[in-house]
Design a protein around this ligand. Structure first.
Ligand code: AMP
Ligand code: ZN
Length: 470
């Protein structure tokens, strides 16, 4: 079966056929590391992770590039206000970002470049654009000449009749003289002694936001690659401008498929830093919600539908993930029964059906809601069979194999991240207490080390042994 994805470029559901057999080269716009990412950002990144994992599930080998934007106006302003370098300013946010990203069960992409480490590549593209007439200098800054790229607008389908300011809030549109209000900055003049600034053949300056992604994607994926993704708001101007820059420089198709995920809202308003109506992953962790439940909630609605965040929804996700976790533990620990004819056939048939439905759903533009429904149906049916007749060794293997397959894509059963479940931690602590009572210190130390390796910290308090995650 073929995976179909909705391609923003054609506004159609298309069969996904990579340029090279068996291999996918993809780019997803990553975070701007000026603050903590909020769970809206993570909805988009988890969507990217599910897309990534499903492509692997389909047997493709991947080169997946996911950038960190570590230079933009906000970063420059904040670091200047604190009188520190942009590297010093972004370093802790980069650390926090990966901590949250990992804790939410996402796989690290193959390449995670930072904008500040790719200034030379940006300069090369800008030089090419100046040379072939797609860019021009004005007052020391360099602008993209949209009039020289007739296909401008092909992604966002925005009509550019009349004068529409083409820049985003990250690109200063008014300050300098431009030929056309839509033209956007590729390189912004930075005076001698002013920082941050980089020397270029066309003068000292700093890059605009859009050129970062053209440079980092083409460096690692080539001038033409398979898929480019990001949140809905990046369609315009960010991705439109990436296309103009890249195709303007190379004369070749930039990305074959463009995939955009919808927003996370809260009280029906888009969650955003500027509106202040956001929760970070850490906010929700502090309130006691588990990473698995947060992940489950964020991926439970298909990526092209908006999702409204509520605490009721998160609580429901908490009990759903607990049910999934208990189910796999129950099957794993169930004492196998002798092969039992019909009942056995029905367990395996229901597993086969669930896998088929799961794949059909995911092939249909990553319909995670239908994929989850297939999993829940299987869980319910296998639970019934288990209670009535038990499972044979083969049944157990088939069910656990299916769970592993589902989880290789969704990561919601709780073992993918290597995180110990609460129950497992409690059990080990009890075993350790017992070992100590029996003066079996070797075992007690072994358990302490095992817990430490999994990031569990033990504390002896006057109320007894307490534990927490690092
Ligand atoms: P930024 O760190 O601002 O560059 O944004 C990182 C990613 O998060 C981009 O792909 C945005 O489209 C995405 N994003 C921002 N707000 C939301 C939201 N409320 N829901 C889903 N994605 C979002
Ligand atoms: Zn980008």
């Amino acid at each position: 079966m073929m995976l179909k994805l909705f391609n923003t470029l054609t506004r159609q559901l298309e069969e996904f056929v990579p340029l090279e057999d068996g291999k996918v080269r993809m780019y997803i716009c990553g975070p701007t590391v000026w603050n903590f990412a909020h769970i809206g950002n993570f909805r988009t990144f988890i969507f990217g992770d599910v897309l990534r994992r499903y492509l692997k599930y389909k047997g493709y080998s991947l080169t997946h590039v996911f950038n960190l934007t570590d230079i933009d106006d906000r970063i420059i302003n904040e670091s200047a206000a604190r009188n520190i370098s942009i590297d010093e300013f972004t370093a802790p946010y980069i650390t926090y970002f990966w901590e949250d990203f990992d804790a939410l069960g996402n796989e690290r992409p193959e390449v995670t470049p930072r904008a500040t480490e790719h200034i030379a590549e940006m300069i090369d593209i800008i030089a090419k654009l100046i040379e072939n007439g797609h860019a021009y200098e004005s007052d020391g800054s360099i602008y993209y000449r949209i009039a020289a790229f007739p296909e401008y607008g092909k992604l966002s389908k925005i009509s550019f009749e009349g004068n529409i300011a083409g820049g985003s809030d990250r690109v200063d549109t008014d300050k300098y003289e431009k030929e056309d209000a839509r033209d956007f900055a590729l390189w912004k003049l930075v005076g001698e002694g002013e920082n941050p600034g980089w020397d270029a053949p066309f003068g000292r300056g700093r890059p605009g936001w859009h050129i970062e992604c053209s440079a980092m994607s083409m460096k690692y994926l080539g001038e033409t690659f398979d898929l480019h993704a990001g949140g809905m708001d990046l369609q315009f101007p960010h991705h439109e401008n990436e296309i103009a820059q890249s195709e303007g420089a190379t004369g070749k198709l930039f990305s074959k498929y463009w995939v955009h995920s919808e927003f996370l809202k809260i009280d029906d308003v888009t969650m955003s830093k500027s509106k202040g109506n956001f929760f970070t992953f850490r906010d929700l962790r502090e309130q006691g919600y588990s990473p698995l439940a947060i992940r489950y909630l964020l991926l439970s609605v298909p990526y092209r539908k908006q999702l409204n965040f509520t605490f009721e929804g998160l609580k429901a996700a908490e009990s759903t993930t607990e049910r999934l976790r208990n189910f796999s533990a129950l099957v794993r620990e169930a004492a196998p029964v002798q092969s039992n004819g019909d009942a056995e056939t029905s367990a395996r048939a229901c597993v086969a059906q669930a896998l088929e439905k799961f794949e059909t759903a995911m092939d249909d533009d990553l319909n995670t809601a239908a994929a989850l429904a297939a999993i829940h149906d299987m869980v319910r049916e296998v639970n019934t069979i288990l209670a009535a007749n038990g499972l044979s060794e083969e049944d157990k293997a088939a069910v656990l194999d299916a769970v592993e397959k589902f989880d290789s894509v969704l990561g919601i059963f709780g073992k993918e991240s290597g995180e110990l479940l609460d129950e497992a931690v409690e059990a080990l602590i009890a075993e350790r207490q017992d070992a100590r009572r029996h003066r079996n210190f070797a075992r007690s130390d072994e358990i302490r080390d095992e817990l430490a390796a999994k990031g569990i910290i033990l504390e002896d308090t006057k109320d007894g042994m307490r534990w927490r995650r690092k």
